[in-house]
Design a protein around this ligand. Structure first.
Ligand code: BGC
Length: 352
């Protein structure tokens, strides 16, 4: 991946604030879970269908320009992914870097057609395709200034894909953070879903909570009454293990060598988090998906396998689908140069 780009720099700066974010999260998590306001105005009104076992095609279309981060999505990847046992792919796309800065915020047709090809290849490959609006950095710092643009981009996407098969899902926004606080985000979610629904009355839409799609943020998420919403969360705990040495996380070099041994304490920490998620889901009648989970390629191999297998099985046990982060970059399970899977890691994803 090319390291020299603005987004990763911004991300690095953001991460300096991580201890603050984490402590806010902890405090908020404790406060709001006991604060039992219902998040929805409809009870148990969903059916999830088959559990998704998916792959994130990361570091491709969400780079500032496609290819900047060393991954280009090739048509044959979809067959490779399908044959390995996955039934879905998530496509992170930085639409904000390819849309006008002034109304009507037109998405660049050349880029749009590149996204189209990828979506089409995924659907033709018999995969559920989650089209995810990723790395909209500007909206995290200026939600008021970007909300109309965000909605205008979604209007174009929704109208463009309205006749696509139901296997195409939309994901409103990856990892809301910073100034996208709960109240601002809840309002934006409500308005954007309303707008998408005018052209796509029943398409599945994924929505996550604030603070980088944390589980704790569910407590503050307020969703409109809609049977076709799926709530997504990202899971990278323990962060010191999954992100050891990640060049975009300040201080992570100190974590190099952290292992995950599957001790009762380590397992309990993960199970407690997943229980929190599953309890919220049952109470509010909304299905869940773990839209990202994974560990960095430089972490200890055995630990990666143990952690991956444990997290995947424990989510499935709670009827939660998962999407591995990611295909062939820093958290990879596939080598795009050698065109080969990491046999042990992929086995860990699926072995019961
Ligand atoms: C980000 C990636 C990052 C990954 C793990 C994703 O949501 O978009 O840049 O590598 O999380 O931190």
């Amino acid at each position: 991946m090319v390291e020299n780009n603005n987004s990763k720099k911004v991300r690095r700066i953001l991460i300096i604030a991580l201890p603050f974010i984490l402590s806010t999260l902890l405090i908020n998590g404790c406060r709001t879970t006991s604060d039992s306001a219902p998040a929805l105005d409809h009870p148990l009104a969903f059916s999830m269908g088959a559990i998704l076992n998916g792959m994130n095609l990361g570091n491709a279309l969400e780079a500032p320009s496609p290819g900047d981060w060393g991954v280009t999505i090739k048509p044959e990847y979809f067959e490779t992914i399908h044959e390995a046992g996955f039934n879905s792919v998530r496509i992170p796309v930085r639409f904000s870097a390819h849309a006008g800065q002034a109304p009507p915020y037109i998405i660049d047709p050349k880029f749009f057609s590149m996204v189209d090809d990828v979506v089409k290849q995924g659907l033709e490959g018999d995969l559920t395709v989650i089209l995810d609006f990723h790395h909209y950095d500007e909206i995290m710092v200026d939600p008021a200034g970007q909300r109309e643009r965000f909605k205008a981009i979604w209007k174009q996407l929704a109208e463009h894909y309205q006749d696509s098969p139901p296997a195409l899902y939309f994901e409103l926004l990856n990892e809301p953070n910073q100034r996208l606080d709960a109240e601002t985000w809840n309002t934006l979610v409500k308005d954007t879903i309303k707008l998408v629904r005018t052209s796509n009355p029943r398409r599945k839409i994924l929505v996550g909570g604030i603070n980088f799609n944390s589980i704790e943020s569910f407590a503050e998420l307020r969703l409109p009454s809609d049977k076709n919403l799926i709530v997504t969360f990202h899971f990278y705990k323990p962060f010191e293990f999954t992100h050891q040495g990640a060049e975009w996380i300040a201080g992570s070099a100190n974590w190099i060598g952290t292992t995950w041994n599957g001790t009762p304490e380590e397992k309990k920490a993960i199970n407690d988090q997943l229980d929190l998620a599953a309890t919220w889901s049952a109470k509010n009648g909304v299905p869940l998906i773990m839209g990202e989970f994974g560990s960095i390629v430089s972490a200890n191999e055995d630990s990666r396998q143990r952690w991956t297998k444990f997290v995947a099985r424990e989510t499935e046990r709670r009827n939660i689908g998962w999407i591995y982060w990611e295909f062939c970059s820093e958290f990879r399970v596939y080598d795009c140069q050698l065109n080969a899977w990491d046999a042990k890691l992929i086995n860990a994803l699926f072995e019961k």
